[in-house]
Design a protein around this ligand. Structure first.
Ligand code: 8YV
Length: 315
């Protein structure tokens, strides 16, 4: 039996590539690398494999009449035109839950880094500055007020961890989750006004674009620290840079950016900002679990069964 043709929209993770190669004829980034060759095989493509940051447009989907499934190795799928996929009868799957712990761990780690100035402390020792005197005092995190923007699965995992630090937890989301013991605020600005740390963990996409704008940053205030482990698109990056430069907020810890992997020079120049290269789910154990789930979704589909984790719109 011939293997189904699969378009890998980006270079597949080494944890996924062998499983893909065993079951599929993989065309890696052919749509970008060789458009003429791509046009020739496009009618045969039955599957797409992508990551959380992949852009899979309606235009691309329309070029693939035999497409049956898009498997995303990531929980976020804001780059996928799900409406176009559905209109063409294409299933879209993602990898929720298996990364909750890692992303929540990183959110707490970034909060600690920003509050306790851990990257600066590391530089302080390495650069031999300690003998000349102590580092400036930092901020206490335990007992502070944390506001979580987005109270989905990862938001709840962050809240559980924050509770162990004795933090006062509040959140905003589209609707209040009455089963949770945390204080609900109807808007990011209202939440920010009552928070020392504002942690963003809401899905990306049109509905949340620039949700964290100049007004929210003003509400967070001169002692506030912004943490983003969601998508760069959720924060107005220019407004954030201005707020940091002008001392409108105290600091930020960011794992995601508007135009990854490019991080503006003005942001990189700010000492009160902690930066990470989109590593929320980047541990071996979690990436393996994500790769396995992304593969199982494809395997189940081509075995004539329902994939394990379709995106909500395709359930
Ligand atoms: C990864 C992510 O960067 O899950 C997501 O939505 O952004 C990250 O876990 C990516 O998906 C890895 O392929």
């Amino acid at each position: 039996m011939t293997k189904p043709d699969l378009l890998a929209i980006a270079k597949p993770s080494p944890l996924l590539a062998p499983q893909l190669a065993a079951d599929f004829t993989v065309h890696e980034r052919l749509h970008e690398a060789d458009p003429a060759a791509f046009a020739a095989i496009a009618p045969r493509i039955r599957a797409i494999a992508g990551g959380g940051e992949s852009r899979i447009t309606g235009e691309l989907i329309a070029q693939l009449p035999a497409l049956e499934i898009i498997s995303i190795m990531g929980v976020g799928y804001d780059g996928v035109d799900v409406a176009a996929a559905k209109a063409q009868g294409v299933m879209v799957t993602h990898t929720p839950d298996v990364l909750n712990d890692d992303v929540a761990d990183l959110a707490i780690g970034l909060m600690l880094c920003a509050a306790r100035q851990l990257p600066a402390a590391d530089r302080f020792v390495r650069e031999g500055r300690w003998p000349a005197g102590a580092m400036p005092l930092a901020r206490k995190m335990s007992g502070a007020r944390v506001g979580i923007v987005g109270m989905g699965r990862i938001g709840q995992a962050i809240a559980l961890r924050a509770a162990a630090f004795g933090m006062r937890i509040a959140y905003t989301a589209r609707t209040a989750k009455t089963a949770l013991p945390y204080l609900y605020h109807p808007s990011p600005a209202a939440l920010a006004a009552e928070s020392d740390f504002l942690v963003v963990i809401t899905p990306g996409g049109a509905a949340t674009r620039k949700l964290i704008d100049a007004e929210v940053l003003r509400a967070l205030g001169t002692n506030g620290i912004l943490v983003n482990v969601a998508r760069g698109s959720v924060v107005d990056e220019s407004a954030l840079i201005e707020a940091l430069e002008q001392g409108v907020i105290a600091g930020a810890a960011l794992d995601v950016f508007e135009n990854e992997p490019n991080v503006p020079e003005r942001l990189r120049a700010l000492p009160q900002v902690v930066l990470a290269p989109h590593i929320g789910s980047a541990t071996t154990a979690t990436r393996q679990a994500m790769a396995d789930l992304a593969y199982v979704n494809l395997r189940e589909h081509f075995a004539g069964r329902r994939p394990q984790t379709p995106v909500p719109e395709c359930r």
